[in-house]
Structures are given as structure tokens and as C-alpha cells.
Ligand binder design. Structure first.
Ligand code: ZN
Ligand code: MG
Length: 499
């Protein structure tokens, strides 16, 4: 088919216009940036090699220039980055050519890329090097080969290779399990290697490092291993690639060590707060607590719709809070029993006792029923009823609840974790009370459940409970309450059952 000349000219003009339009559209639209670090490791933009990254050092005493010079002397010299939160003070002595100092804190007048180390790592691998380390030719390559060509069987998820730094105690592998739901990190001596205790050079893929939520948080090894454990990564310790270190170490004086330890403790505290880890179980079984105590506020704010904030974060009650609730419950029960006040486990607390002898792992308070006519036997309740908040000799605070006709025992003046005491009285054989909160379990019940009361293990002590726990709980919560756990207010947040 042949087109007349004028039609052909028209077609050509339209085609040209379309082409022009396409060009304008291409240039006018910002193209998504190509993934570099943080993208695929084999993606263009990352070149073979290992970048040496120095992150763990103290401003006031360090050997950063020494480490940098030692690695700069390797042939070929690896790229070298020193990363600090802000410009070190006192300033670092001059670094060898090729080494670069980056600060993570952005400044309002500086380009953002200056505070983003991931934009400055161009190699496929990164080695995180502790202060004072001396380079050994070939070690970084051995580590990289161990990572890329290692055992690597099915199910092997080695993403970090660790090389010891020579010192008085050789580093060792630990297993590490982090449960964010339980705000807990647990180290154990046996099991897969998920953390290294002691000084080590750590090598990983650039892509892996910068895909972590907190790639360069300090203390760097703690932060790295916890995030790695959460992702199911394992670590390979390479004892044959030990690095030498400067002697004496950069923090040789007692004062320097003391200052560094205090700074490290503060950083660890901040890190665990950022991660939401409140309890650390050490390999020997000792526990370290980073959560609330008597002198701090409760870990969570006012509870709305019976659903505490942590449930919305898919977490359960912080372990420090459970510990404080147990102590408060034990204290309240001891005081009531000593004064001759009849009490029993109520609601969710009785449910927890029936299920596993403890507070339900996501509960936020403890509930006890008491005979209203007995309240006057207890001095603390008498004074609380008169309107005063009373601090007992163990620092627990007893007061009348402002919300209605019941009492509260708080863990402390500052930490408002509490046990509620609900005064019931019998009327025609039925236990009733004056304040009702409209919860399903908040109902009257026959007094025979309390005649007699029976002992039941709860929260580490023996509490008193209604005599037919199952019937009592099914009356309050409905059939199957013991076997079918649910969050306090499923309409707001449901318990997701594990598959
Ligand atoms: Zn707490
Ligand atoms: Mg409760």
C-alpha cells in the first residue's frame, strides 16, 4: 500500500511528536535510584572487595589512625570508613589518604548523603573492625571466601564471618535467641553460633549489613548479633584468621577503661530500649534487667479498651512488669492474709493460675476479690478507705481507686503497676459488689464458691482461690475459658494462634 505524500508527511510529523513527548516524559520524570548498597549484592554499583569500617571507638582515647594506617598499608589498600555519631572530640589525628570520616547525625545545612554510610560503601563486603586491630595480609580475603564458599549446605544461613582479635581470652560462639514478644534476649553456650563473645573482626555482605534496621547501632556486635538472630542468620567463627591488636590497647589506663565502660553501659541501655529488649539472659543463666523498677515509671501508659499498648505492637507484658506484678500480688496477699481479710484470685488472675500457675503472659494487672466486711481488719485498707494513699514498709502504695468502690495496691509511688482488690458482699447467698466495670467476667456469683476457699499456686506463691475453679471461671468467662486463651478485648485485638 502506498500513502499519498501529504499523508506520509502527517504520519511522520505525528511520529516525531510522539517521540518528542516520550523524551520530555523520560527526562521530566525522576527515575527511581538504582539499588546500590542495600540492593542486590551482585547489582552494578558494588565492586568486588572489602571495605573496612571502624565504628567502635571512644572519642577520648582511641587508636583509629593506627588501625587506618595499618589497613592502608595492605596491597591493594581496602577502602576505609570511620563512622561516628558526630564529629569526634577531641578531633581525630589526620587519617591516611583514602580513609574517610562520616558522621551519622545529619546537620541541617549538609547534604544528607554525608550521614548515610551505605552510600559510601562500594564493595560487596564490609569488615567491621574493632579499635586497636592490626591488619594481616590475606585475612579479609580469607574471611570473604569463608562466607561465599563456606560449607553452605542446605539450611545453612551463614551471613557473618568472625575472626578473633588476639587477646587474653579467645572469642567464643554463643547461641542467641531474641523474643521481642517477651522482650527477652537469651544467650546460651551450646547451639548454633549466632553471636561471638569477645573482640572479633566481623565480615558480612554489604547488602546484608545495610538491610538491617539498625546497621551501625552501638554496641555494634550486640546490635548486629541480635538483628542477625531475629533473621535466623548464623555466624562462622574463623579461629585461623586471628588478627593482631595494638599492645597496650587504646584504653590502657584504669580511668580510660572506667570511662569507656560507663559509656558502653549507657549505649547498651539505649540500644536495648530501641530494640525493646528488657531482659537479657547471659550464657551462665544470670539475668540482666533493662526494664522498670520501683524507681521508674510503669513500662506502658494508661490502658485503653482493656488492650494495653504492647498488644498492638504484637508484644506481651514486659518481663519486668510481670516480675513487679508478681511481687505486688505476693505482698497484697500476705498483708490481707495476715490481717484476716478473706481474699481470692479473680478474673484473669484466676484464669492464669488455672492455666499455668502464673499471671497470664499478656495481662497488665492482678485482680483479687475480698470480703467487704473484712476490709476494716487491715490497717492499710482502713487508711486507704479514709482517703489517703499509704506507703507500706516495703514501698507498695495502698489506696482507694478513684474510679469506684475498690482498692489498689501499687508496686511503688512511681511505678503504677497494680493489684486491684474488689470488695464483694453476700446478699441471699450471692456475692455482689457496688462498682461494675461492664466486663463479661464482672458478674455476681454464688457464695458457695468461697466456702471454703482453697489454696492455688500463683505467681510464685500460694494464693487463695474459689473452690471450684473451672465452674467459677466458666460462669464468669463462658465455657472453655481455661483451654481457649484470648486477649482481654478480642474486638480490639485478637490473639493470633501459632500455626
Ligand atoms: Zn516494666
Ligand atoms: Mg485484670
Amino acid at each position: 500500500m502506498r500513502l499519498p505524500p501529504c499523508q506520509a508527511a502527517l504520519c511522520a510529523a505525528i511520529g516525531l511528536n510522539l517521540l518528542l513527548l516520550l523524551c520530555v516524559w523520560r527526562w521530566g520524570t525522576p527515575q527511581p535510584p538504582r539499588p546500590r548498597a542495600g540492593g542486590d549484592n551482585t547489582a552494578p554499583g558494588l565492586t568486588p572487595g572489602v571495605t573496612v569500617l571502624l565504628r567502635e571507638f571512644e572519642d577520648f582515647a582511641n587508636d583509629v589512625p593506627g588501625v587506618a594506617r595499618s589497613f592502608a598499608a595492605l596491597r591493594p589498600p581496602p577502602p576505609l570508613l570511620v563512622v561516628a555519631d558526630e564529629t569526634p572530640y577531641p578531633p581525630l589525628p589526620p587519617l591516611p589518604p583514602g580513609a574517610r570520616l562520616l558522621t551519622l547525625r545529619p546537620a541541617p545545612d549538609r547534604p544528607p548523603r554525608l550521614s548515610r554510610p551505605e552510600l559510601h560503601v562500594r564493595t560487596r563486603h564490609v569488615a567491621l573492625v574493632p579499635d586497636g586491630v592490626r591488619a594481616t595480609p590475606g585475612h579479609l580475603e580469607r574471611m570473604r571466601d569463608a562466607l561465599e564458599n563456606g560449607a553452605g549446605g542446605a539450611g545453612d544461613n551463614t551471613r557473618v564471618v568472625a575472626a578473633p582479635v588476639r587477646g587474653p581470652t579467645p572469642p567464643r560462639c554463643l547461641d542467641l535467641h531474641v523474643s521481642l514478644r517477651e522482650w527477652t534476649a537469651r544467650y546460651t553456650p551450646a547451639g548454633p553460633c549466632r553471636a561471638v563473645e569477645g573482640d572479633a573482626v566481623l565480615l558480612l555482605r554489604t547488602r546484608d549489613l545495610f538491610n538491617l534496621s539498625f546497621p551501625l547501632a552501638r554496641p555494634l556486635p550486640t546490635a548486629l548479633f541480635m538483628q542477625a538472630a531475629l533473621r535466623g542468620w548464623t555466624v562462622r567463627l574463623l579461629p585461623e584468621a586471628a588478627f593482631a591488636a595494638r599492645r597496650p590497647p587504646p584504653l590502657a589506663t584504669p580511668h580510660g577503661r572506667w570511662k569507656a565502660e560507663a559509656a558502653a553501659r549507657a549505649r547498651r541501655r539505649r540500644l536495648l530500649a530501641d530494640f525493646g529488649v528488657k531482659r537479657v539472659v547471659l550464657p551462665e543463666g544470670r539475668e540482666r534487667w533493662y526494664g522498670c523498677g520501683k524507681e521508674t515509671a510503669r513500662c506502658f501508659g494508661t490502658v485503653h479498651a482493656r488492650t494495653p499498648q504492647y498488644l498492638h505492637q504484637d508484644r506481651w507484658t514486659p518481663p519486668c512488669c510481670l516480675r513487679a506484678l508478681r511481687a505486688t500480688a505476693r505482698r497484697a496477699a500476705a498483708v490481707l492474709a495476715a490481717a484476716g481479710v478473706r481474699y481470692w484470685l479473680e478474673g484473669g488472675s484466676l484464669l492464669g493460675a488455672a492455666r499455668h500457675g502464673d499471671i497470664i503472659p499478656w495481662d497488665y494487672d492482678v485482680d483479687l476479690g475480698i470480703y467487704r466486711e473484712d476490709a476494716g481488719k487491715c490497717r492499710l485498707l482502713r487508711e486507704a478507705a479514709a482517703g489517703a494513699a499509704v506507703v507500706d514498709d516495703e514501698g507498695f502504695v495502698w489506696e482507694k481507686a478513684p474510679e469506684g468502690d475498690f482498692f489498689r495496691v501499687h508496686y511503688s509511688r512511681l511505678n503504677r503497676l497494680h493489684v486491684d482488690l474488689w470488695p464483694f458482699y453476700p446478699r441471699d447467698g450471692v456475692m455482689t459488689k457496688d462498682t461494675w466495670l461492664g466486663h463479661r467476667q464482672d458478674v455476681e456469683f454464688p457464695e458457695r464458691f468461697l466456702q471454703p476457699l482453697r489454696p492455688l499456686p500463683f505467681a510464685g506463691f500460694t494464693a487463695m482461690a474459689p473452690n471450684d475453679v473451672r465452674a467459677f471461671l466458666e460462669l464468669k468467662f463462658g465455657p472453655g475459658a481455661i483451654e481457649n486463651p484470648e486477649y482481654p478485648n478480642p474486638a480490639v485485638k485478637r490473639l493470633e494462634r501459632e500455626k
